[in-house]
Design a protein around this ligand. Sequence first.
Ligand SMILES: [Zn+2]
Length: 147
Amino acid sequence: MGLLKKYITMFRTDMKEVMSRRCGLDELNYFIIIVAFILIGIALFSSKVIALVLGVACVVLCFVRSFSKKVEQRAKENAFYMRYMGGIVKLCGYLKLCVMMKIKSIRDAEYVYFVCKTCGQIVRVPKGRNKVNIRCPKCNTTFIKRT
Ligand SMILES: [Zn+2]
């Protein structure tokens, strides 16, 4: 078992080193994956070959970008994408965090979790206080929420 663990650790450090010199999964690649999923989904339901071809092309493109050695070039593409889509990417991240915190609040018997709209900080408030004025500890924004 000790040997296996050693090999796993070696593999992990190697992968980390390989990926540190590669582009990896940046925001643009996430977007390409989502587009690929949608296209393949369309292909499955409508049996349109063109959607399948485009979907597979997106997957290939994502792989090529992830393992590309031209990190600078890929970073430039990502910066270009973020200049136009950055707001939407941030909004999606915020909404995802809100949903996660909503689920956490339902599971937690004592606390309600909120996400600060300005900085994304998670704020924990005791349950059953009705309407409270919450101040974000990170950026000092205040917002009123029902707990
Ligand atoms: Zn904040």
